[in-house]
Design a protein around this ligand. Sequence first.
Ligand code: FAD
Length: 391
Amino acid sequence: MNHYDTIVIGGGPAGMMATISSAFHGHATLLLEKNRKLGKKLSGTGGGRCNVTNNGSLDDLLAGIPGNGRFLYSVFSQFDNHDIIRFFTENGVKLKVEDHGRVFPASDRSQTIIQALTDKIAELGGQVRCQVEVTSVKKIDGQFVIKSKDETWTADRLIVTTGGKSYPSTGSTGFGHEIARHFKHTITELEAAESPLLTDFPHKVLQGISLDDVTLSYGKHVITHDLLFTHFGLSGPAALRMSSFVKGGEILSLDVLPQLSESDLLSFLEENREKSLKNALKIMLPERLAEFFVQGYPEKVKQLTEKEREQLVQSIKSLKIPVTGKMSLAKSFVTKGGVSLKEINPKTLESKLVPGLHFAGEVLDINAHTGGFNITSALCTGWVAGSLHYD
Ligand SMILES: Cc1cc2nc3c(=O)[nH]c(=O)nc-3n(C[C@H](O)[C@H](O)[C@H](O)COP(=O)(O)OP(=O)(O)OC[C@H]3O[C@@H](n4cnc5c(N)ncnc54)[C@H](O)[C@@H]3O)c2cc1C
């Protein structure tokens, strides 16, 4: 059969959930994916463990989606993060919640999530074709005509879930934007979001150190989250979030012990005055970071002058890190910008310009923080785009 009620292009979280929803609502549905397997980008999230959603409140979700999160009010009223948790639990996937509300499969394997989505598509009778790259889409006589190099399909309804333009090696090369442009949709400016930061800093010494819940600040922007020192600069949620506020040329301030005040630290040094400075700092900091901070100071705590103690405490509470730039769009975790939301019905995610055409996931002009918020947006918009709506 080459005619379907619904065809979905792109088998990431948005496309898989759109296929499930469409099949659940009784539509003959086909999902086309150009990779060998579904969910390639999803499999790499959460360090390969798949950060499938976040268990926060609606306010937490909106705060986690700084790029047009409010557009999703109606979507979340139909299907939200708690529905995602229920969906996986009811389909046999045990989940666990980690810090900052991040939800993972208890197996710590992304494959568990991808398999559950794939199994559900099959259970509902949805069809999947991998290794099929869609090359053109048209609408002729009220039907969508979808072509790959060798095949043609027709559909009454088309759902585009091809993702953004970040990490193109996972398949998201921006083809959905081309489809949207073909149908006269506006694409807002595409920019890197959740980008690792390039810094002018002794990277080699600190490379690989990861810190929990430190505070990174730039002016009024104060972010407390985990941070990772890399060979090029900073990554991890605190740096990725800060990337919305910097371009290069700024100086960040890092507090590696935000739970302690300067006077707490001075008292701590006094209490440990007989120790070597490095051994004292190692009580609170990773060894290599302690080694970094003690450079240029006397060996024993008691040998430090009052001024040196104050200087040291200052650098622990406010380490200056000059930003020289950000990773490019291709190397950023998320794409900011996409199909303009002004032209999309927020209740149905149907195009206001072309009846039957829907968009879901990162192809839309929505961007969120890592921590499960993008995936939540993709799964929830996927569900709504796949649903049948009766006005
Ligand atoms: C390293 C990394 C870590 C991340 N970590 C997190 C995290 O912790 N939390 C979080 O919320 N988000 C995270 N994200 C972002 C999140 O993975 C994406 O926002 C999400 O996968 C978007 O889902 P999507 O379904 O819209 O698009 P995608 O997952 O990009 O899927 C789009 C699919 O469409 C297919 N496709 C494209 N063009 C065609 C075509 N012409 N024909 C057929 N198929 C096509 C692609 O091959 C791809 O499989 C991370 C991203 C990266 C790169």
